[in-house]
Ligand binder design. Sequence first.
Ligand code: NDP
Length: 339
Amino acid sequence: MSVPSSATISPLSNVADAPVTVAVTGAAGQIGYALLFRLAAGALLGPERSIRLHLLEVPQARAALDGVIMELEDAAFPALQGIVATDDPMVAFRDAEQVFLVGARPRGPGMQRGDLLQANADIFRTQGRALDAVASRSVRVVVVGNPANTNALIAQRHAPSLDASCFSAMTRLDHNRALAQLAAKLRCGVADIRRLCVWGNHSSTQYPDVSYATVAGQPLAAQLEPAWLEQQFLPAVTERGAAIIQARGASSAASAASAAIDHMRDWVLGSTDWVSMALPADGAYDIPEGLVYSFPVQCSDGQASIVRELDISAASRERMDRSQDELLQELEAIRSLLP
Ligand code: NDP
């Protein structure tokens, strides 16, 4: 790795409070481009809260990152108190309170799934160790880079001095996609739908579950044909990413960035309804401890708590198990890299 480089811009405003340090990896990528401007505008903690951005990129992407930083400067965000750009995770994560791990190795030509898991395991092991060493002790980490759940597990396991509850992976985009599909079908607002959840892995085995959902206070599933749920809704949610690539010739970036902000904002400030977050399993619903698995979650006082003791139907259990089995296979592929 080259010598870490950094660029700091001077304060742009008189915002008086101490800035919150927010770190973003893969900052020059597509999702990073959509994420940084919303963070700087105050979408996470409100426009009154000053923020300092720590941006991590690989050396090859440094020039692109410099361009993004110029644009951030030009936007003159009042709450943006400074930017540090670096290729060193020990610099990027120093005192970080909220961390978005977006950068990940994409699948290259001829690359097998195991190779991809291995390549990302190296990245997330290094980042886990750096978080362990220098991040705030109450850091909140969301992994967006795929395979997100297993990348989060690796980072968490390499950060033994941080509580496991500091780590999560993003399934909020899947949750939001499910909300949007249901609201369109029921001709209601997304906010009318409550108690929706996504179980499992951020992959095609995810299980968007409407069993407990309500619309305007009434049970939601009773208002929909089981065949529509099975044949239209579930595929529409799980295949939405591919549909967007086909339509726009590029993967979903703005919606992924928006979901990442939703995830972190609700975690830090509290949620008003169930949200979906992949968290280190603690035995709830018999998911093996330590797997990073998406659950229905409620957030308050900076803590994300799994919604417990829901009745799980046999059909739901089968889908939850399928996603769990996929995560166990991913774990096997990288087990030798765990401490
Ligand atoms: P994107 O910004 O589009 O995506 C980044 C990651 O997010 C990918 O792993 C992608 O998975 C994942 N992702 C999760 N949900 C979604 C979603 N709904 N839609 C699209 N992607 C999703 O990738 P880019 O290639 O544009 O940018 C990646 C950046 O990361 C590059 O600038 C690269 O240099 C950097 N990088 C940084 C590292 C570091 O900081 N140490 C390490 C490796 C890369 P998927 O691949 O499955 O689409």
